[in-house]
Ligand binder design. Structure first.
Ligand code: AP5
Ligand code: MG
Length: 219
């Protein structure tokens, strides 16, 4: 059997990781693990992990590695049972997490194929986050201007209710951008000489970006 292939979707908040992740899942019939989605599901279900994570997420800070790492390893191992391609959306987010991902790949014989780093200017990001709508039930994202749902307030995919995320306030967005620049962006240096880093300008439309992203999978 071939080794499970791992792709990382990397980039600042609101750059379109989830949007591209959904398009990749549809096109290549693979599974995406979004650490943010896992945290939000735990918050909805008021688990111990969710209660701890919420205090960090609402402030725009990273959830500590002591909470995140075990959760991610379990999720990867579970998804790898039925998938030969895994997309990681929002992990790794600091250099320690990048090192741990290498350890996980070595331990379970997965192959880290590519780190897809999306980027866009802060003003583009702020506009995308400020008018984002997210489905309460399935997590699908919409946008009040760029990607309107067919029926206002209702998810096209599952009929769930659309809401504005609690970390999409101006204050939390500013903190998330600061956290990204100080703690997450240095991960790019970690992968700089690995030959696995693909940096992509994500200021175009989702469809145009996905044309470039999809090529990384077919190659
Ligand atoms: P997470 O949920 O991952 O949030 P994020 O990284 O801030 O990214 P977003 O989900 O906000 O944006 P996105 O890049 O997915 O953009 P989207 O496709 O939705 O994490 C939340 C929090 O959890 C973190 O702040 C942290 O506290 C914690 N956390 C998560 N992972 C962690 C980890 N590994 N370690 C520690 N803590 C962790 O697009 C945004 C909007 O723009 C949408 O409305 C969309 O429709 C629109 N859009 C997308 N692409 C385009 C385009 N090309 N043109 C126009 N509009 C577009
Ligand atoms: Mg997302």
């Amino acid at each position: 059997m071939n080794s499970t292939e791992v792709y990382v979707l990397f980039g600042p908040p609101g750059v379109g990781k989830g949007t591209q992740g959904e398009l990749i899942e549809k096109k290549f019939n693979c599974s995406r693990i979004s650490t943010g989605d896992i945290f939000r599901e735990n918050i909805r279900n008021q688990t111990e992990l969710g209660i701890e994570a919420k205090s960090y997420i609402d402030k725009g800070e990273l959830v500590p590695d002591s909470v995140t790492l075990g959760m991610v390893e379990n999720a990867i191992v579970e998804v790898a049972k039925n998938n030969s391609i895994i997309i990681l959306d929002g992990f790794p987010r600091n250099v320690n997490q990048a090192e741990v991902l290498d350890d996980i790949c070595e331990k379970y014989h997965y192959v880290l194929k590519c780190v897809i780093a999306l980027n866009a200017d802060d003003n583009v990001i702020i506009q995308r986050l400020s008018d984002r709508l997210t489905c309460k039930k399935c997590g699908t994202t919409f946008h009040k201007i760029y990607n309107k749902p067919s029926k206002e307030g209702v998810c096209d995919k599952c009929g769930g209710e659309l809401y504005q995320r609690s970390d999409d306030t101006p204050h939390a967005i500013a903190n998330r951008l600061d956290t990204y620049r100080s703690t997450t962006e240095p991960v790019l240096n970690y992968y700089q000489h690995s030959g696995k880093l693909a940096e992509i300008d994500a200021s175009a439309s989702p469809e145009d970006i996905s044309k470039t992203v999809f090529k990384l999978f077919s190659s």
